[in-house]
Design a protein around this ligand. Sequence first.
Ligand code: MSP
Length: 486
Amino acid sequence: MKTYITTAIPYVNGAPHLGHAEDYLLADIFARFKRMRGDDVKFQVGTDEHGNKIEKKADELGVDVKKYVDENSKKFQDFISKLGVEYTDFIRTTDSDHEKRVKAIWEKLQDHIYKSNYEGWYCEGCERFVTDNEYKENDGVCPDHQKPYSHLSESNYYYRVSDFKDEIREKIESNELLILPEFRKNEILKLLDDTPDVSISRPKAHLKWGVDVPGDSDQVMYVWMDALSNYITVLGYPDKDISDFWPATVQVVGKDILRFHAILWPAILLGLGLPLPKTLLCHGFILSNGQKMSKSIGNVVDPTEVLEKHGLDAFRYYFSRHVDTFTDGDFTWDKFEDAYNNELANDYGNLVQRLSNLCKKSEIGKKFLEERKVLENGKFKNSWDSDDAEYKRLMDNFEFTKGIDYAWNKIQDVNKRIEDTKPWTVAKENPDEAKVLLASLVSDLLNANEMLKPFLPIAKKVDEIFTSDKIEPPKTPLFPKEFKKA
Ligand code: MSP
């Protein structure tokens, strides 16, 4: 099966922060899961490089905008790799192919575009036009960015979203466009009624850093118009037939940008005569100690510090299991250290160490496991592939936190079985029986380990340990206990 997974493309007006990791991790978990099921997976990531706030930031720093976005885009690319994200395509909105294709998209949408004057409010942080009602409700200050809205009075092109509202409503209500979680779907349905036509350009007098509007040298495209299109320009639209991978299987976005993806984006797609994505997976925000991360509060956690000190698997484990897929999550060093010590090191790392030690002592290797039918053709026999419908159901429904919980319970079951059966005592009294017992414990561990693979790259290493000719315990523990609580 063909599977297409997309992630929001971050603005490059700063370095990647902890929150950015959420999109990539959720998408990568799903991509790894789907690849294990044999799907042909296309997985897009990228950077959003136009718009006011980027232009302004580069100006403030006195650097050339292109040079500035080049440097920052590279930082995101490095960050994504450090997270172990196995993407297939990296798109930048300043790529010439993308710019050319966005212009072609604009031209195709002509029938739904008109010119008018815009007089109203704008949030530069959100890069969003704000309605008068919102302005009043928020007392003129963006609640997400804590900055006063700017007043704009300019001549713009508009996209007639009203042409598509009924169709969008119908597709969302019927789950043809599935919005997860359910409460977000309801929020969008409420918002849809109040959504006016969207201004999709800015006069060059106010913004230069953008894609030129075809046929009007005084205007550049509104950054969201340009950015949303990345999901199809990366597939080659409109130069190429994209039906192999479009509609996307899932588009992963944060809660602050769901409205663009659930209203404007579907309106653009319908204007182009393209089908809507199958699922919009909306995640919450990562907080730090229960608060929004902010430089002024001083609670910003640097993701590279977490990654460099404690490794990729610890990072991915924490965000998979301790940050709920659909709601806001919290990062504190305390919680992270507890998860590392008590769960990764104790439950998983120790289990691998202990069981591989016991296997070594009892001289169990691949050959023996094969004889015991634990392994067949060098592959693990009772894999969930054939029999764990519940795990598959959770993962197919994007319930990743529940998926890893499910696998972890199985890890804990193996630990409990070791405690209950005491194979080291059996080994003294009846070595043959001990071997059989160990083979079944390895079987259970590898079963659970298989389910951990979408989350933890290290699970592949655990497989290798137990499926090599001679089982050798790792020289250093998989998760050395490194936190000493002060
Ligand atoms: N450039 C737009 C997205 C365009 S997609 C066609 C944008 N960029 S962003 O840098 O502000 O955000 C990128 C992604 O990071 C979004 O999905 C956003 O929700 C997510 N997050 C930003 N801060 C976050 C947290 N603190 N926690 C979790 N995700 C957050 O919006």
